[in-house]
Design a protein around this ligand. Structure first.
Ligand SMILES: [Zn+2]
Length: 330
C-alpha cells in the first residue's frame, strides 16, 4: 500500500498576494534582444509604481495596466523588470517612475497602515494607492493583487540596492531586472525574500495569540518573527513563541505560506504543540499574549466577541491559520 504523503496538506491558493497567473519565463531573462523585442510588442503591459505604490488609472477597466505610451508620457522608467508572460505570450513589465516625478502631500501613517498621500503632479487621472488598500478594498481582481505584489517587491528591492553590499560601488540591473551586478568587484546580487515564521502554539483545545502595541484596538493575531541565519523553520517557530510568551513548544507542523510584499517577506504559517502553559509576555515584543479557547476564537472569527476582540482579515495568513486550527472551511 502506498503512503499518501500529502494527506491533510492545504495549498496556499486563495491567499492575498498569492496565485499569480503569469509564467515568470526565467529562461529568457538573460536574452537582452528577446527582452527588447517583448518590450516593443503592441500587447506589452506595464504596471507602474511610484515610490513603492502601484499607480491606478481612474475609470479604466483594468486600472493598474498601462501601455508603453503612458510610461513614455510620464518620462520613462527609473528601471523596469520583466514580471513574466501572460495570456497569448503578452509580456508584463513593472516600471518604477523616477522619484522626482512623485510628490508626497502628506503622511498620516500610523505604523500599521500606510497613509502616505502621494500624487503625480499634473496627472489627476492617476492615483497612487498602497497595495494593502488595493487588496483589502478589492480594487483589482485577486490574481492582479498577486502580480502587483510581485511588482512591488522586486521594484522595491531595486530601489534599496543601488549600491554594492560588498564594495559600495553603484550596481546596475541585469537579467531583465532579476539581478544586480557590480562592475567594480564583479559581485552579483539577487532579489531578497525574507522568511518569517507565523504560528499558533496549541495547547489541547486552546491556541496562543498575542497583540503588538501597534495593532488596532482589540486585534489579536498569531505570533510571528523573522527566521535567523542558522535556524530551521521549526527552531525559529519555537524560539519566537518562547521569546514572545515564555511558552516552550515541541512538534511543529507547516500549514501554508504567503508572499508578503511589505517589503519582501515570505510568511511561513505553522502550528506548534505547546509543552508548557504559563505565559510570560515579553513587553518589548508584545502588549499581551493569552490563550483562546475554540468558542472564543470562533466568536472573534465571526466578529461577535463580547469584548470586541477580533482577528486579522482574510488578506493575512494569520486569519487562515486560525481558520485551519478551528477546522473551518471558510
Ligand atoms: Zn561591488
Amino acid at each position: 500500500m502506498g503512503i499518501d504523503y500529502f494527506a491533510g496538506v492545504e495549498g496556499a491558493s486563495g491567499f492575498a498576494y498569492a496565485g499569480s497567473p503569469l509564467d515568470r519565463a526565467s529562461e529568457i531573462r538573460e536574452d537582452a534582444a528577446k527582452i527588447a523585442q517583448l518590450h516593443g510588442r503592441a500587447d506589452a503591459r506595464f504596471i507602474l509604481l511610484g515610490r513603492d505604490m502601484p499607480i491606478l488609472a481612474q475609470r479604466a477597466p483594468e486600472p493598474c495596466l498601462f501601455p508603453l505610451g503612458t510610461l513614455e508620457e510620464l518620462g520613462g522608467p527609473a528601471f523596469e523588470v520583466l514580471l513574466g508572460l501572460g495570456e497569448g505570450g503578452a509580456p508584463w513589465f513593472a516600471a518604477q517612475l523616477p522619484d522626482a516625478r512623485i510628490q508626497q502631500r502628506a503622511d498620516a501613517s500610523d505604523g500599521f497602515l500606510d497613509r502616505r498621500d502621494l500624487v503625480i503632479p499634473g496627472r489627476d487621472d492617476l492615483a497612487l494607492v498602497d497595495l494593502r488598500s488595493i487588496a483589502s478594498q478589492g480594487l483589482v481582481p485577486a490574481p492582479m493583487v498577486a502580480i502587483l505584489g510581485q511588482a512591488k517587491a522586486i521594484v522595491d528591492w531595486h530601489a534599496r540596492h543601488g549600491f554594492c553590499a560588498k564594495c559600495g560601488a553603484p550596481t546596475r540591473a541585469a537579467a531583465a531586472g532579476w539581478r544586480r551586478e557590480c562592475d567594480a568587484c564583479k559581485a552579483q546580487h539577487f532579489p531578497r525574500t525574507d522568511p518569517v515564521v507565523i504560528m499558533l502554539a496549541v495547547d489541547g483545545e486552546r491556541c496562543l495569540m498575542g497583540r503588538q502595541r501597534r495593532f488596532p484596538k482589540g486585534m489579536y493575531s498569531a505570533l510571528a518573527g523573522f527566521v535567523e541565519p542558522g535556524e530551521t523553520i521549526e527552531e525559529a517557530v519555537r524560539r519566537e513563541i518562547r521569546e514572545g510568551s515564555g511558552i516552550v513548544s515541541g512538534p511543529v507542523r507547516y500549514v501554508a505560506s504567503q508572499p508578503w510584499p511589505f517589503p519582501s517577506s515570505m510568511m511561513i504559517g505553522c502550528l506548534a504543540r505547546a509543552e508548557t502553559t504559563a505565559i510570560q509576555v515579553d513587553a518589548h515584543e508584545l502588549e499581551d499574549a493569552r490563550w483562546f479557547d475554540r468558542a472564543e476564537a470562533q466568536a472573534m472569527f465571526d466578529k461577535q466577541h463580547p469584548d470586541r476582540l477580533w482577528l486579522p482579515n482574510p488578506m493575512a495568513i494569520a486569519h487562515h491559520l486560525i481558520r485551519f486550527w478551528l477546522g473551518r472551511a471558510s
